[in-house]
Design a protein around this ligand. Sequence first.
Ligand code: SAM
Length: 315
Amino acid sequence: IAYKMGDEPIMATNDDASECKRGAVQLGYWSDEYISYFVKSVERRAPEINRGYYARVKGIENFIQKFINKAGSSAQIINLGAGFDTLYWKLKDEGVQISNYVEIDFPSVTARKCYMIKRSKHLLESIHDQDGEVKLSSTDLHAGNYHCIGADLRNIAQLEEKLRQAEVDFTRPSLFITECVLVYIENECVNRLMSWISSKFKSGFFINYEMCNINDTFGDVMLGNLKARGCSLPGISQCKNLDTQKARFLSNGWLGASAWDMVQVYYAISPSERQRIEHIEFLDEQELLIQLFQHYCICIGWLSTEFSEFTCTAI
Ligand code: SAM
């Protein structure tokens, strides 16, 4: 794979996200017994950050659940820029049946993930197929219905080849997840990716979580922080508002799209659940939290009408 200048700090954003998730899990925001296999260190983050991650995880899970309920056991999940995501293991524990689960990230990231999976009996146990065969290279792992593969999302030919190796069936209902990924990729590459998916897959649903409403002072600070860490953000123009987020789907062959900022997502979470997590860490005032929520969103897109009525209520 040909890495480009500036890819290194983008891969490092996965360490940050994973550390934040582990920190929030440790405090009891949500449970995830697998994240600690992938992240050893935890730095204590501000309560606003922890609540932000909580809303992000809950909000995305809401749509994953809806998709699986509708698509049934032939469903495939394809997590693009998956980092050290643990969803596969959590779904397995919940007894959720799907036909295929594929994670894609830069090979340097998947190599680390594959190594950690290989080292852990607990992680390996869930991914073995019936005869226990695991095919492993330094960057890719294929086992049962779990595949972790190294590829560059900017390279469609490579991605397609890797998805074939992961036994992806283009006729099955497929869920694509991008969680804080697209902003790091040039618009023309994201457009190519989204058009390719819409033309290749018969039935699909897409969940994208990332920044929005960035054209204000708070947005400037957020972007400044990312840039200070060396991350270029070539996809930032698509994060202007909810409409630009939706437009990306509509102009690339998707049937429809909807988007919610994280204020809406947070207040769609059941009051009792919200009360529970609001007791974990006390916030003097809500202003910073609300500002943070206003600057992130969940945008969904669908390729067929069966996935068109999913909303962000009663999480
Ligand atoms: N989705 C994970 C999460 O939310 O915990 C990780 C998010 S991290 C902020 C962004 C991830 O996208 C990194 O793991 C990075 O390597 C991956 N990524 C960014 N651009 C990519 C590309 N062109 N090809 C493959 N992976 C990419």
